[in-house]
Each structure stands twice: as structure tokens, then as C-alpha cells.
Design a protein around this ligand. Structure first.
Ligand SMILES: *[C@@H]1O[C@H](CO)[C@@H](O)[C@H](O)[C@H]1NC(C)=O
Ligand SMILES: *[C@@H]1O[C@H](CO)[C@@H](O)[C@H](O)[C@H]1NC(C)=O
Length: 350
């Protein structure tokens, strides 16, 4: 009886000590391999049959590989304790829905891969993550990017690479997502999607686009001139892409220039880049100036140290000839010279 009681008290005490143990038994959870890759602490949980988000991982990991598991849902609490997480791979799971705030605490997250899931929505907050550069959403048929973008523009994440291939419903055409200005976007993958009413306005905000991947894409334009205008714009911007097939001759289009309104978006996009370049130049300039002044100060100090020594040697040799003679000629008890020892070092400092 007593033994049982002690046991019970011990178990309770242990529960208090480890916060997860009341709900999760970490001895039972599948172990992930912890290692260091590129000097980052990484947890490799590839193909471990996780049915829910792992609860017992070290919280200081920067890379979390959860590809090929059976995770159905993720909450903000699951993620918020990993405040150093930079790379999160959730490819090939069974995630259908994500809360709007699920990634809200992921200030360090640079790469997010949620491709090959069954997502029907993408949290709008993804597009505001302050460090996010790479976003893979591929193969989530039915993901509604247009609605997600509705509330978040302008996109603040510094995204350089976005993959939305195979995200439109299988047998349906949808509108092309209007991202607005995305000054950092270099690569966009829209393979396997079906879009209608594609217009120049969909590309003008992507002012630094270098590559547009369009394999197996079906694109309809309202007019043949929209098609030619989009092709011309992308070519002028030197984007690597396969020109869209336009269903009529270009000769029919008198004017294939970009509308004033669209050019505004292009200018907004460029303005962001110019501002960053300006700040970068200012930074370089200030670093340069600081370096210059430090070197200047050092040189001055060095110069005077050397100069002082040198001068002292020369002067004192001279002085020892002249000065000593002078001093000798003056009576030692004279009050005239009482301030000489003070004034001489001062001169040297100057
Ligand atoms: C674009 O997406 C397709 C389909 O997901 C993929 O096969 C291809 O490798 C991607 N291309 C690039 C350059 O990312
Ligand atoms: C395009 O679609 C065809 C047929 O569905 C498929 O075989 C091919 O791999 C696809 N190509 C790419 C690059 O996705």
C-alpha cells in the first residue's frame, strides 16, 4: 500500500518535471536522427510513419525533414517551440487544412515545402513570413492561392522561388493568381495548371523574374493581343520561358504595350529594389567611412608615437647639448623656469 503510494507520488513528480510527459510519452515516439548539416542542427524524420506532428524533438533544430509521413494536421503550438527553424519539409503527407496562424511564429523560416499534400487552402500568413525565400506548394490540387492572396497584398516575404505547379483543380480552369509586386521572385513554376484570362498585369509585378516554368500548362487569353503582349513583355524582361502559343497573328494587334495602370505595379516593384540597393549603398558607404576613420586614427596615433620617439631622441640629443648648457647657466633656484617641465611635453603632443 505504502509502496504504491510512493510510486504514485514519484510518477506525479516526474510528470511535473517534464512538460510533455503528461500528454506524450517520448519513449514511445519514433526517434528521428539528429545531425548537423551545413552547420545546422537537423532532425531527419524522413519516412517514419508519423501520424501527427512529432512532439519530442529538440526545440533548437534548424532543419526539420518530415517528408513522406502521414501527418494530417499541424497547429501553431506544434511549430511555435521551434523558434530557430529555417527549413521545414512536409512533402508527401496527408495535410488537408492549415490554420491561418499556423506559421505565425516562424520568423526564421526560409524554406517551406508542403508539396504533395491534399491542401485546400494556404494560410495567408505564409506570404508575410519575414525570412521565407522558397515556397513549394506543388501538387495540392485545389489549393486556393487566389483567395489566400486577396488579403495579403503586397506580399512582404522575400520570396525568390515559388512552385505552384499542379495546384489548380484537375478538370477546371481558374484565374491566374495576381501576386502584385514581388521584387525578389526569380523563379515561378506554374507547370500543369489551367488558367484563363491571363493578362500582362499578372506578370508586371514580377520585375526580377528570371525563369517561368510552364510545362503542360494550359493558358487561355481573352484576346490574342493579350497573348502577344505577355510574350513580348516576358521576352523584353529576359525571362527564360517557352513563349505561349497565340491563336492568331500578331499583325492584328496594333498596340501591344503595357497599360499605364500595369506599369505602375512594375514601378512599385522596381522601387522596392531601388530602395534596397540605396540602403545597401548607404550601408557600404558608412562601413567604408568608418573603416577610413579608424585607419586615419590609427595612422595618426602611429605617426605621433613614432614621431614623438624620433623627435624626442633628436631634440633631447640637441637639448642635452644646448639645453643642458642653458640650464647649467641658469641658477638652480631660479623661479623663471618652474613651468618648463610642464610646457615641454605639451608641445610634443601637438
Ligand atoms: C516545376 O514543376 C514540375 C512539376 O511539379 C517539376 O517536375 C519540375 O521539376 C519543376 N521545375 C522547376 C524548374 O522547378
Ligand atoms: C506533361 O504531361 C504528360 C502527360 O500527362 C506527362 O507524361 C509529362 O510527364 C508531363 N510533363 C511534365 C514536365 O510535367
Amino acid at each position: 500500500m505504502e509502496g504504491k503510494l510512493i510510486c504514485l507520488v514519484l510518477v506525479m513528480a516526474m510528470n511535473v518535471q517534464t512538460p510533455w510527459s503528461s500528454t506524450v510519452d517520448c519513449r514511445r515516439e519514433v526517434r528521428c536522427r539528429i545531425s548537423y548539416t551545413h552547420r545546422m542542427k537537423a532532425a531527419d524524420c524522413f519516412r517514419k510513419e508519423f501520424k501527427e506532428f512529432p512532439k519530442c524533438l529538440p526545440t533548437d533544430i534548424e532543419v526539420l525533414e518530415l517528408t513522406y509521413n502521414r501527418i494530417r494536421t499541424i497547429t501553431r503550438d506544434d511549430l511555435s517551440k521551434f523558434s530557430y527553424l529555417k527549413f521545414l519539409y512536409l512533402q508527401d503527407n496527408l495535410i488537408t487544412e492549415l490554420d491561418d496562424d499556423v506559421f505565425s511564429d516562424m520568423d526564421e523560416l526560409m524554406t517551406l515545402d508542403i508539396s504533395i499534400n491534399a491542401l485546400r487552402n494556404i494560410p495567408a500568413t505564409v506570404f508575410q513570413l519575414p525570412s521565407l525565400k522558397t515556397l513549394y506548394l506543388s501538387q495540392n490540387r485545389n489549393i486556393n492561392i487566389i483567395d489566400a492572396l486577396e488579403g495579403v497584398k503586397p506580399i512582404n516575404s522575400p520570396l525568390t522561388q515559388v512552385d505552384i505547379s499542379y495546384t489548380t483543380p484537375k478538370d477546371d480552369v481558374v484565374e491566374f493568381p495576381d501576386f502584385g509586386p514581388m521584387p525578389f521572385l526569380a523563379s515561378l513554376n506554374i507547370s500543369g495548371n489551367q488558367y484563363y484570362s491571363v493578362k500582362p498585369k499578372h506578370f508586371v509585378g514580377l520585375c526580377r523574374l528570371q525563369k517561368l516554368v510552364t510545362d503542360n500548362v494550359t493558358i487561355d487569353f481573352d484576346t490574342v493581343c493579350d497573348c502577344w503582349t505577355v510574350n513580348k513583355w516576358l521576352m523584353d524582361m529576359e525571362v527564360r520561358f517557352t513563349p505561349f502559343h497565340c491563336s492568331g497573328s500578331r499583325n492584328k494587334c496594333v498596340d501591344i504595350t503595357i497599360a499605364e495602370e500595369d506599369l505602375k505595379v512594375f514601378k512599385q516593384c522596381n522601387a522596392v529594389i531601388e530602395e534596397i540597393q540605396r540602403q545597401h549603398k548607404m550601408y557600404q558607404l558608412s562601413v567604408g567611412l568608418i573603416a577610413f576613420f579608424i585607419i586615419l586614427l590609427l595612422s595618426i596615433t602611429l605617426y605621433f608615437t613614432v614621431f614623438r620617439k624620433h623627435f624626442k631622441n633628436r631634440c633631447c640629443r640637441n637639448k642635452s647639448k644646448k639645453g643642458n648648457a642653458k640650464r647649467e647657466s641658469i641658477p638652480a633656484n631660479s623661479t623663471l623656469l618652474t613651468n618648463i617641465p610642464k610646457s615641454v611635453p605639451n608641445e610634443y603632443v601637438l
